[in-house]
Design a protein around this ligand. Structure first.
Ligand code: FES
Length: 204
């Protein structure tokens, strides 16, 4: 039976993991510092680094590899804890959460326009500090999709990118207009501030 060691800034936490069991169950029982959201391998919230013992885990499938790639990560050094099954054998598996529990823009709805020609979604945030915010490569919003939001704050030369998840989406009257609930998976103070401001003027 492998031993799982969770590493986090405040110290370490150890738990025993049954072979064939889900790492998520071990996390739940051990009240580990790994945050979860969708628990179905879509959002990337539960991403972890495997610092030791990767051979004691069953290999990642194509879907898990795809979501990790969206986040700039790759198995076996990185995994989605909700998708990991513990394999046979004994030894230590050392795990470090990569997505700290942090304030999110979850639950805030923003209007999004589909720009079919450009093949992207444009988030309408009425703040001149950022100009237009785009979700490139996505022409139809789909719940649970992990997307990269691009925006260029005024006065900055380079665009910023922040990873988010589409929590929910619904048509909003006009063709091509949606109300999309976005949850930031990475911290960006300016974007979070804008979401909060716009949410106040947007029906939820
Ligand atoms: S909790 Fe969403 S991918 Fe694991």
């Amino acid at each position: 039976m492998p031993t799982i060691i969770f590493e986090y800034p405040q110290g370490e936490w150890t738990a025993e993991a049954p072979a064939g069991g889900a790492l998520a169950s071990v996390c739940d029982v051990a009240e580990s510092p790994v945050p979860f959201h969708c628990r179905s391998g879509n959002c990337g919230t539960c991403r972890v680094a495997i610092l030791e013992g990767e051979a004691l885990l069953e290999a990642a499938d194509g879907k898990e590899r795809g979501v990790l790639a969206t986040l700039g990560l790759s198995a076996p050094a990185h995994r989605l804890a909700c998708q990991v099954k513990v394999g046979e054998g004994t030894g230590q598996i050392r795990v470090r959460p990569l997505s700290p529990r942090m304030p999110r823009a979850g639950g805030l709805k923003v209007p999004v326009r589909r720009d079919a020609e450009a093949g992207r979604l444009l988030v309408r945030l009425s703040d001149e500090r950022t100009g237009e915010i785009a979700i490139p490569g996505v022409s139809e919003p789909e719940a649970d999709a992990v997307v990269v939001i691009e925006f260029q704050p005024l006065g900055e030369k380079r665009a910023r990118e922040v990873i988010a998840r589409i929590v929910d989406c619904e048509p909003d009257g006009d063709p091509g207009l949606y109300l999309v609930e976005l949850e930031l998976l990475e911290q960006d103070e300016l974007l979070m501030e804008l979401f909060r401001e716009n949410a106040a003027a947007t029906p939820s």
